[in-house]
Design a protein around this ligand. Structure first.
Ligand code: GDP
Length: 194
């Protein structure tokens, strides 16, 4: 896997918040082809392209305003297969929130969510409060759907996660998915007021 981590600061058009928070590291996890990169590009750069070339930039970064707090998020993901398991584990360790992504058009990617969830829980043993959202991506491909919304929701309930369906292509619920995770980061992991 190739670690994707792109540094790209984006100006916000929203009013200046009263409180500045420190940076949060998030991780987007899922099988290849589910749309992790497409979700990130849509979230950070607000566009969708059917094919993305891996780039040399190494960190996805975005400033958000969530509930009047300014939050800087650094987002890590995996793409391809050139990252070692131990490096991935290390990154997961420092991340404070996770998006577990599957494609609603591919059941094997949905079945893999349980394994990804177990893996994160094992790594975050000391910090069981790290918020996790299960994301069913490619909701625009309704005709090719093989995983129902109820199945996604039921799995999320069983695993104690939140759930959302997204379309990176049509920009449906993309920002909402990331904001849900940021909003649920426990105060102990949030920054001090300055
Ligand atoms: P990754 O391997 O998980 O990072 O997946 P990619 O972001 O590279 O996406 C894999 C393929 O799925 C690409 O051809 C994308 O254009 C396509 N894709 C990603 N998200 C969506 C989506 O929401 N809808 C549709 N129709 N295609 C998508």
């Amino acid at each position: 896997m190739v670690l994707l981590s792109r540094n790209r600061r984006k100006a916000t058009t929203q009013p200046q918040p009263q409180v500045i928070c420190k940076e949060h590291k998030l991780m987007v996890v899922g099988e290849g082809g589910v749309g992790k990169l497409a979700l990130l590009i849509q979230f950070i750069q607000r566009h969708f392209s059917p094919e993305y070339e891996p780039s040399h930039q190494d960190s996805f970064r975005k400033r958000l305003v969530v509930d009047d707090e300014s939050v800087l998020v650094d987002i890590y993901s995996t793409h391809g297969n050139e990252i070692s398991g131990s490096l991935l584990d290390h990154i997961s360790q420092v991340c404070v929130g996770f998006l577990l992504v599957y494609s609603i058009t591919q059941r094997s990617t949905f079945n893999a969510i349980r394994t990804h969830h177990e893996h994160i829980c094992r790594i975050k043993e000391q910090d069981a409060s790290a918020p996790i959202i299960i994301v069913g991506n490619k909701s625009d491909l309704e005709a090719k759907r093989v995983v129902s919304m109820e199945e996604g929701r039921d799995l999320a309930t069983e695993l104690g996660c939140t759930f959302i369906e997204t379309s990176a292509k049509q920009d449906v619920n993309v920002e909402e998915a990331f904001i849900d995770v940021v909003r649920r980061i426990p105060p102990s992991n949030k920054a001090l007021l300055i």
